[in-house]
Design a protein around this ligand. Structure first.
Ligand SMILES: *Cc1c(COP(=O)(O)O)cnc(C)c1O
Length: 564
């Protein structure tokens, strides 16, 4: 049984995230945000940074994706059993929601890294006998339910999480909010710093917000206004039940609606976007705030195929702990790196066969596209001109593998999956195309390692960072991506991969530019110059792994945000 005691005196930083991908068996994540939080936790453990992680238990998971015969996504719950992986702790706290006391009990999951350091993760749970039946399910389903339900989850995470840390005896010096979902944490902290001010009409109670700013760090991930969580104040007033006066929230979270990003911005002494470009976009969206950039990274040993890992182990024994050592990966032997990639590609070919019955050829290039199925990610861009796609394939054949879930309430995302399904049927016997259902950590590992080309075609500036391309690169995959998010910082044309577009004002040309690149750069290189291709694989590893890893990201948070 894991115990919390060893962590109490030690943990100085609390990291709050609605989702976190701890391991494939624990379904407490939906996609990139959670995977980033998981990689952050793995790196905090590696570097022995004293962080405690706080999230919801989400015992029904997020979404098990089934694709029916018509290509429609069918949504199922995706349960996991906390008792199998975590220890229930004795402490409980109650937050008032809608006039009722909602009790919260944490489960403790201990994440231990290969060199033996550990970080604690608290998984908040409201499925307790003490709770009214309608409140027991608050923490069941990640992003489940309507707006009111979402607000309840955010109250449990932000306010309940802060109260639990106190109740357990943690002495936290810095609170890090991963995205706006946790912003109500600031309200809990304000309540700890009341003050009375004398004004002309008498004494007023308010809060010492400077004290809160001193201890809060906020990482924003959303480059579009519509993507930010916001709630009507009458809803907030009903649910928050006098925890904090709504008049106070209006001053800090927006006049018309409670905008969680604005609340977090106003109460954080350190705010950052997740790539240079994204920080710029955020500055334009929220003028007047100091927005820094800490570019995301991935936990390299988590995402490296075992065959590639064995090569790295030989040339740089501490690469997993310190991926900077992979700068020398460009000295790897060509035949060895091709053999390691072939092993990873064979796994992908087998996975595609097992999941779809489609038989891919290992001697032809595999282009992969896997990400959340939603409008701005443009999973259909490559299908903009099917005649052209067929012609390119006719000259130099390639194969396409796709995956990704649509959020259960994103109808246009679901329509994109159906569209891909129809195109797949249309091109049967011509361009080989497979859509793999159930994109998750396990499938992502197979895809990023086995793909030859990692395709990414978001509509700029909507991709805050993107991380799956980093995972592909550390496996020797070559990115073919629109210049947005992290790729602006990592792309060296014809060296680490290829850029699509680049003209921010003319995105209607992106599809033609994508075809041009495939036809004139990517496929000719594969077919005519395999030696140069292998050289590029080594360039991708040696230039991207040393920089776009989560240990570097964690060190930056530790120095710049936590040691402020
Ligand atoms: C890495 C990862 C993501 C992030 O993908 P991007 O679209 O590149 O941000 C999403 N889902 C899973 C399962 C991942 O492993």
């Amino acid at each position: 049984m894991a115990a919390i005691d060893p962590f109490l005196a030690r943990s100085r930083i609390a990291y709050f995230s609605m989702e976190i991908a701890l391991r494939p068996d624990i379904h407490t994540y939906s996609g990139g945000l959670g995977v980033l939080a998981g990689d952050t936790a793995r790196s905090a453990a590696d570097l022995d940074v004293p962080v405690v992680f706080v999230t919801l238990v989400s015992r029904e998971g997020y979404l098990r994706q089934e694709i029916d015969a018509e290509g429609r996504q069918v949504d199922h719950s995706d349960p996991w059993d906390p008792a199998e992986w975590a220890t229930p702790l004795g402490a409980m706290v109650a937050v008032p929601i809608e006039g009722r006391q909602v009790w919260i009990r944490p489960w403790l999951y201990v994440l231990t890294c290969p060199v033996g350091h550990s970080v604690p993760v608290l998984l908040l749970d409201t499925r307790l006998e003490q709770n009214a039946p309608e409140d027991r399910g608050i923490t069941d389903r990640l992003y489940g339910g309507d707006n009111a339900w979402r607000l309840r989850q955010e109250i449990v995470l932000g306010i309940g999480g802060e109260m639990l840390l106190q109740a357990l005896g943690f002495e936290i010096e810095t609170y890090h909010m991963n995205e706006g979902h946790a912003a109500l944490l600031t309200a809990a902290l304000l309540r700890r710093h009341p003050r009375t001010r004398r004004v002309a009409t008498g004494d007023v109670l308010d809060y010492d917000d400077d004290r809160v700013r001193e201890v809060c760090v906020f990482t924003t991930h959303t480059p579009v206004e519509a993507g930010h969580d916001h709630f009507a104040y009458d809803l907030v007033e009903r649910q928050l039940d006098r925890l904090i006066p709504v008049s106070q929230l209006r001053l800090l979270g927006g006049e018309d609606r409670l905008n969680m990003t604005r609340l977090a911005l106003n109460l954080s002494g350190f705010v950052n976007g997740v790539a240079l470009r994204h920080a710029e976009t955020t500055r334009q969206m929220f003028p007047g705030y100091t927005i820094r950039a800490v570019t995301n990274g991935v936990h390299v040993p988590t995402w490296t195929h075992p065959a590639m890992a064995a090569l790295f182990q030989r040339i740089a024994p501490a690469w997993g702990h310190d991926p900077e050592q992979l700068a020398i990966a460009d000295t790897l032997d060509d035949a060895e790196i091709r053999a390691a990639h072939d092993a990873a590609k064979a796994d992908l070919v087998a996975e595609v066969r097992a999941r779809t019955g489609v038989e891919l050829r290992a001697d032809l290039p595999v282009v992969a596209f896997a990400r959340r199925m939603t409008g701005y990610k443009r999973p259909d861009l490559i299908f903009a001109d099917l005649a052209r796609l067929r012609a390119i394939h006719g000259a130099r054949p390639f194969q396409l593998v796709m995956a990704g879930k649509a959020h259960p309430r994103d109808e246009s995302g679901k329509a994109l999956i159906q569209h891909i399904h129809r195109v797949t049927a249309d091109m049967q016997g011509e361009v080989p195309l497979a859509f793999l259902p159930g994109y998750d950590m396990t499938l992502a590992k197979v895809m990023v390692a086995g793909a030859d080309v990692w395709l990414n075609t978001p509509l700029p500036p909507m991709e805050a960072s993107g991380t799956s391309g980093m995972k592909a690169a550390v496996n020797g995959g070559l990115n073919l991506s629109v210049l947005d998010g992290w790729w602006i910082e990592a792309c060296i044309e014809g060296v680490t991969g290829w850029a699509v577009g680049g003209n921010d004002l003319r995105h209607e040309d992106d599809a033609q530019e994508l075809y041009d690149k495939l036809e004139r750069a990517v496929l000719p290189l594969w077919y005519d110059d395999p030696v140069r291709w292998t050289w590029m694989m080594k360039q991708a590893i040696s230039k991207i792994a040393p920089r776009f890893n989560s240990q570097r990201m964690m060190r930056r948070y530790a120095c710049e945000a936590y040691l402020r």
